[in-house]
Design a protein around this ligand. Structure first.
Ligand SMILES: [Zn+2]
Length: 404
């Protein structure tokens, strides 16, 4: 996917979020840009993409609302290698045998991975900004922005810009700063250097200290409209029907939409519904096959199936609260199934079901077998559905029959 270069510089474009992008550009041009912004929003909506675009605008010597792409600064910042731009993301701890301060060496030891991540970002501002590194015991090491990295930023921020009028620091997943890193960072936020600008992104703003948050201008980014996503996917070479369905199922996330577009989303959607049916009936003959099918496909990472399960329960809530309006449903075409579940199980607890799905993902991450994790999930989901409405039996049957 994304074979065609879509912008002049050949990278995947920033999608939507126009109101926020204009607001940032206008405050800069009006001389009112804040020294620190906190871009907040769920995964895949473009926090890093918007931050990088604004970072390039802060460095650009032009005066437009977009990086001019003509000036020296734009030419250099296109590769994200501008001397006045620094991009920071969480790193796994790296052990060095004889060092007393192991973790501060992470940036040195991982320099190749960091360079590769930045290269990926130049082609695709939605690329992952966490470096995966398996620890010795096999689990993924904890990703943190450590105090060493923040000290280095503080030092660099105090120096004059090399080339541009400003110095820009993009701090991805800022919530992964540990306590001492946040403490150190607070100092620069309290008295930011005149030319220093800090763009922080986070999916979990509650993990940031209130003192850090209160010194940043908060910029909320919301899930993208399905139309914007479908258009971007289609323009990057995804076939129209797949682009539309992936966009609808993505919950407004570019990352999820692209993952979905890579595989057969319709087939996975059917697997999710089969698993729910097997869970609802606790059918010992159907459950094993439904569980296998749910996680057995090669075309999606495991979490996509879990995301879809949670989206189904979100749809139940949306449908229940929004009278006859079905437009907000991500399972759009499966409206009849959503309605069937609601009339058969009027007391369904969608929030508890979503938590059960998260717990199941947690079980798998901790190494439980898929059989154990999914059977436990099926039992939990059956509990979350609540008692079956006896008077509504016939409508449930007809729903089941029509999708058998
Ligand atoms: Zn420029």
């Amino acid at each position: 996917m994304a074979k065609k270069p879509l912008t002049k510089s050949g990278s995947f474009p920033v999608i939507g979020q126009m109101r926020i992008r204009r607001l940032l550009a206008q405050s800069l041009r009006a001389g009112r840009a804040a020294h620190a912004y906190l871009l907040v929003g769920p995964g895949g909506v473009g926090k890093t993409a918007v931050a990088l675009e604004f970072a390039r605008l802060l460095l650009c010597s032009g005066d437009g609302d977009q990086p001019c792409e003509q000036c020296d600064d734009c030419r250099i910042s296109r590769t994200l290698q501008h001397p006045d731009l620094r991009i920071v993301f969480p790193l796994p701890a790296v052990k060095k045998s004889s060092s007393s301060d192991d973790d501060d060496n992470a940036a040195d030891a991982l320099s190749e991975e960091i360079a590769a991540t930045i290269t990926r970002l130049t082609r695709d501002p939605y690329a992952a900004t966490e470096i995966e590194k398996k620890s010795a015991v096999g689990s993924t090491a904890l990703q943190l922005i450590k105090i060493g990295e923040i000290r280095s930023i503080l030092h660099s921020a105090m120096l004059k810009p090399y080339q541009a009028a400003r110095k820009v620091f993009v701090i991805c997943h800022a919530d992964t700063m540990n306590d001492s890193a946040q403490n150190a960072f607070l100092k620069v936020l309290e008295e930011p250097p005149e030319a220093g600008y800090f763009l922080l992104t986070t999916e979990r703003e509650q993990m940031l200290r209130p003192t850090v948050r209160s010194r940043c201008q908060r910029i909320p980014l919301f899930p993208l409209p399905a139309e914007d996503l479908a258009k971007a996917l289609a323009e990057s070479g995804v076939e129209d029907a797949a682009a539309n369905l992936s966009a609808q199922l993505s919950g407004g996330s570019v990352t999820r939409a692209r993952e979905l577009a890579k595989g057969d989303v319709r087939a996975l959607q059917a697997c999710v519904i089969d698993f729910l049916k097997a869970s609802a009936t606790c059918d010992p003959f159907k459950l094993p096959a439904a569980a296998d099918a749910l996680l057995g496909g090669e075309s999606f990472p495991q979490h996509v199936a879990f995301d879809l399960l949670k989206l189904f329960f979100r749809d139940l809530s949306v449908r229940r609260s929004a009278s006859a309006q079905a437009s907000g449903l991500t399972f759009g075409e499966s409206e009849a199934i959503v309605d069937g579940v609601l009339s058969a199980f009027p007391d369904v607890d969608s929030d508890a079901a979503a938590r059960a799905v998260d717990e199941c993902a947690g079980h798998l991450a901790r190494g439980y077998t898929e059989t154990f994790a999914l059977y436990t999930l099926a039992i939990r989901l059956r509990e979350c559905l609540g008692p079956r409405a006896s008077t509504k039996h016939s409508s449930t049957r007809s729903t089941h029959a029509s999708h058998a």
